[in-house]
Design a protein around this ligand. Sequence first.
Ligand SMILES: *Cc1c(COP(=O)(O)O)cnc(C)c1O
Length: 363
Amino acid sequence: MDRVYNFSAGPSCLPEEVLKECAAEMLNYNGTGQSVMEMSHRSAAYKPIIQDAEAMVRKLMNVPENYKILFLQGGGSTQFAMIPLNLGTKYKKAAYIRTGVWAKKAAAEAKKFITVDEIASSEDRGFCYIPKVEKIEGDYDYAYICFNNTIMGTHYEYIPDTGNIPLVADISSCILSEPLDVTKFGVLFAGAQKNLGPAGATVVIIREDLITENPLPGTPTMLSYKTHVDGESMYNTPPCHAIYVVGKVLHWIDRNGGAEGMLKRNKEKADYLYNYLDNNDFYHATVDKGSRSLMNVPFLTKYTGEAADAINKKFVKEAAAAGLVNLAGHRLVGGMRASIYNAMTLDGVKALVEFMKKFAKEN
Ligand SMILES: *Cc1c(COP(=O)(O)O)cnc(C)c1O
């Protein structure tokens, strides 16, 4: 069977080159006579795999020496608890910006442990933009943003100035899609399954002064950053195979121009799609210009109400039959969503736009 163009929001498509490398090494990795899936994480064969993945994150994201890089489990969602448990220890208070589902979930989790001030929100217009918060001040242990909102399709075009307050950002759906100045942040985290590899590994980049010996009372051992820093991401069994694939994806990014190369590639794809969305009378993008994600592109048709539901279903079904899969929008936004992460090709986006033109004509 031919491969499809996969527009899934996550887990999502991976570079074909990487999948082929993994397949070639499946039964016998590097002369060990074993698959990486079968290896002890403490073995001499496995150690260089995790060390290389870490070194590649450091290289590609230009992570300074005073930051640790961790590979954890539990997805982005576990970070929603780890952040307040480890960072919310002095004022027991943090500032959150409400920009959609993932930002709301993060704030709701933090509220279990500390006081949360939601200092800005874009809920008034269904989260179709990023609120402009130039400066964040106050007695906060940290400020929290979701840098790319996977469901709403919004993305920060600026980094809020938080002065001495550590800025925490969820970059699950935009990690390494563009250059990012790590020094502006206290903690960055991302589940791998959107832009970096398969589900199961979560990358955390944390400034050393934020790694505390004394998280909030009752913090489970596994939810303390110190545990994983001391254990070099091997306090317990890490997601060995996921980290191995992440390493391969990182090398693929490196071969393709690093973060700069990804931005160029992603801008080309996103511009192609938004340009079509903005210049036809059948579809339209849901997000304001100036807040648009390069990774997740939700769009609606001119139909409303029940007619819209019917046309959306028809679109998704006929697109799938044409080899363009996972285009259903999130139920909160409706319509369709094309996730065009790093691994999606310009050819894939062009095929989508061709299909959209044909569908518009027929409907
Ligand atoms: C997918 C996603 C999450 C949740 O990630 P899990 O790994 O499923 O826990 C969190 N934040 C953002 C921005 C996401 O896109």
